[in-house]
Ligand binder design. Structure first.
Ligand code: FCB
Length: 473
């Protein structure tokens, strides 16, 4: 049990949440977007085909010990060759949208200069196939696979990378903008900056301590530079946003030390991203989180970073239970004790999701519409069966709870316009390799056979029920 806590992102008056409730009787608004999401490095494979150059994840995963299973993203799900089958699965699932990312080193191999036509054609064909099936493509421009050539010049520590990103974003908008109207600049800059440059758990594996703040700022700047370029190339009807991974933060005890640690952790994980994007300033406690940081912020940067958005993408998985400690921001994350937890250590605590959404509304007047761009469950042991689908009941329970919470938040007047389940397929889960599975569809990584799980059937039926409700209305 958590004995006491300051809940950062706390709701003021609790709404009862029934664990038994299902969402089948809930009607989401007409036109609400339901989708599923993937990312390029996690599914595509084909890392050396058709002119693709290495990304930081190719380099990093080749270093022994960096990925727990010794794998890389090649072949992952071999989606580069099997995408028609995957589009057919999306169609069977009945989603109205599919969020995927473009591998920057596939379309602009060195992160500079002309595009690689073969790489662009791959995404162009995918977009056409989605549209033919009535599925709206949502493109993420950067989901962590920086061209290695840019890392060789400093990666996100180098301010120039932000300008390279804006150029790449504009070139892709020119090529796909006639058919793709929904664009996400960055996926989770927190993870890119801190796992990539502070703790070294992810590519490029740098451990720069407070120096990682330069990566944070340049990632945010890349977003700020890209937004006007995208708007100029795409016109006013395009939808442009960024995806942030936000967590509820709960202090492990009443002690001042733990409460202060929770506040600092909240700054490190959430506010260092939400404050600049939504308010044009870094939080006041930045000095406590990165006391020895360099100062990469130049005049005008924060105005760019705070450019108005059409939507804010939120990836939500779990709250964090935080105590004072030696980790980044002087905080340690403790294991959850009173909620079902998945094999990533993520707690199935949907009420914290609602708290987060309400706190965002309270703290950020003028908040743009929200879109949940990822939400899901990672499990290690999900053996394929021959006589029925994999019974991933923990995933179904989690998705039900989080969708119910979302429906409650919408009923309370929060402007939420879409939900994307992570993920369509089991895939290469970064430093965990393929050992942790997030898919609605099981992938046998030896044969590449795809088998829908019970969660796939559940989500398909839920989506059918939503369509039927609206058809009846
Ligand atoms: C998110 C990432 C996504 C996947 C899920 C489980 O942080 O955006 O690529 O790894 O977690």
């Amino acid at each position: 049990m958590i004995t006491a806590s300051v809940v950062i992102y706390a709701r003021r008056d609790p709404i009862p949440h029934s664990r038994e409730s299902t969402v089948s009787n809930v009607v989401f608004p007409a036109g609400f977007t339901f989708g599923t999401a993937t990312s390029a490095y996690q599914i595509e494979g084909a890392v050396a085909e058709d002119g693709r150059a290495p990304s930081i994840w190719d380099t990093f995963s080749a270093i022994p010990g960096k990925v727990a299973t010794g794998e890389s993203g090649d072949p992952a799900c071999d989606h580069y060759h099997r995408w028609p089958e995957d589009v057919a699965l999306l169609s069977e699932l009945g989603v109205s949208a599919y969020r995927f990312s473009i591998a920057w080193p596939r379309v602009q191999p060195t992160g500079d200069g002309a595009l690689n036509p073969a790489g662009v054609d791959f995404y162009s064909r995918l977009v056409d196939a989605l549209l033919e099936r009535g599925i709206t493509p949502w493109v993420t421009l950067y989901h962590w696979d920086l061209p290695q050539a840019l890392q060789d010049k400093g990666g996100w520590i180098n301010r120039d990378t932000a300008y390279r990103f804006a150029e790449y974003a504009g070139l892709m908008a020119e090529r796909l903008g006639d058919r793709v109207r929904h664009w996400i600049t960055l996926n989770e800059p927190f993870v890119s900056a801190t796992a990539g440059y502070q703790t070294g758990r992810h590519a490029p594996g740098e451990r720069l301590g407070d120096g990682a703040f330069a990566a944070t700022h340049h990632l945010l700047l890349s977003h700020g530079l890209a937004v006007p370029v995208l708007r100029e190339r795409l016109g006013s009807s395009a939808q442009v946003g960024i995806t942030l991974d936000l967590s509820g933060v709960v202090a492990a005890s009443d002690s001042t030390a733990d409460q202060e640690a929770a506040r600092r952790y909240d700054a490190w994980k959430n506010r260092i991203y939400t404050d600049p994007v939504l308010r044009g300033e870094y939080p006041k406690d930045l000095d406590e989180v990165f006391p020895q940081r360099p100062d990469p912020v130049r005049d005008g940067d924060l105005e760019l970073i705070a450019a108005p958005l059409d939507f804010l993408g939120i990836n939500y998985y779990t709250p964090k239970l935080v105590a004072a400690g030696d980790g980044p921001a002087g905080a340690d994350v403790l294991p959850w004790r009173d909620h079902p937890v998945d094999d990533m250590g993520f707690a199935d605590a949907p009420e914290t999701f609602g708290e987060l959404l309400r706190r965002l509304v309270a703290d950020y007047p003028g908040l743009p519409p929200l879109v949940i761009t990822e939400n899901g469950v990672g499990l290690r042991s999900e053996p394929a069966t021959t006589d029925g689908p994999i019974a991933d009941t923990a995933r179904v329970r989690y998705l039900e709870g989080h969708l119910r919470t979302l429906a409650d938040a919408i009923a309370d007047g929060i402007d939420i316009q879409g939900y994307f389940c992570w993920s369509l397929l089991d895939n290469f889960e970064w430093a965990h390799g393929t050992a942790v599975r997030f898919g609605l569809v099981h992938v046998d990584f030896t044969t590449q056979r795809r088998t829908p799980k019970a969660s796939f059937a559940w989500y398909r039926d839920f989506l059918r029920a939503q369509r039927a409700q609206h058809a009846d209305a």
